[in-house]
Design a binder for this molecule. Structure first.
Ligand SMILES: O=C(CO)[C@@H](O)[C@H](O)[C@H](O)[C@H](O)COP(=O)(O)O
Ligand SMILES: [Zn+2]
Length: 191
């Protein structure tokens, strides 16, 4: 396998996914940006969570809002549920891995908070449980997914579904959309 050829194929696949995604997700993205704007203006917060690469996305995006993305200005209230190893290990050990995000939602969510579950399959049980817990407690359950949306369909409003079956391509679109979300929120609330 020639790495140059392989990389060219990866770029081609990425570009194909970008082209398919940008026409499909615009309305859901606008809805998500509006929901986050309302929450932040009302003194609520945005809560991100996901597994593996999506855990990295969750904490990456929370950091953009709490600290800065492109603009200096006020801190925006955001939290990733993927970072406290004591909570994550105690909850996995004593309860179940499926509860690691839902338990934190029970502790930390206030009505009006926006939660953003990130799952490329849309089927990770811990993400689904947290979305249900958020919805039950008056949170705004939203998500970033891929494939056919999985079980996140029907739990999230809006749900941004990336039209791809390749986990890496879906994640690449998630972080692009996440960055765009931070940019819109900065322009609305930090400028
Ligand atoms: O980053 C990657 C693959 O690119 C992996 O770590 C991936 O995030 C993990 O397999 C996750 O557990 C997948 O979960 P999900 O996206 O289906 O919810
Ligand atoms: Zn990855």
């Amino acid at each position: 396998m020639d790495p140059r050829q392989f990389l060219a194929e990866q770029f081609a696949d990425h570009e194909k996914t970008v082209a398919a995604t940008k026409t499909m997700v615009a309305d859901a993205f606008a809805q998500l940006a509006d929901a986050c704007t309302v929450a932040l203006k009302s003194g609520n917060k945005i809560i991100f969570f996901g597994n593996g690469g999506s855990a990295a996305d969750a904490q990456h995006l929370a950091a953009e809002l709490v600290v800065r993305y492109r603009l200096n200005g006020r801190a925006l209230a955001a939290l990733a549920l993927t970072t406290d190893t004591s909570i994550l290990t105690a909850c996995s050990n004593d309860f179940s891995y499926d509860d690691i995000f839902a338990r934190q939602i029970e502790a930390l969510l206030r009505p009006g908070d926006v939660v953003i579950g990130i799952s490329t399959s849309g089927n990770s049980p811990n993400v689904l449980k947290a979305l249900e817990a958020a919805r039950d407690r008056g949170g705004v359950a939203t998500g970033l997914s891929g494939r056919d949306g999985g079980k996140m369909t029907g739990l999230c409003d809006p749900l941004i579904v990336i039209p791809s079956n390749v986990t890496a391509r879906i994640q690449e679109m998630h972080i692009l959309i996440g960055h765009a979300l931070c940019d819109v929120l900065e322009q609305r609330l930090r400028a």
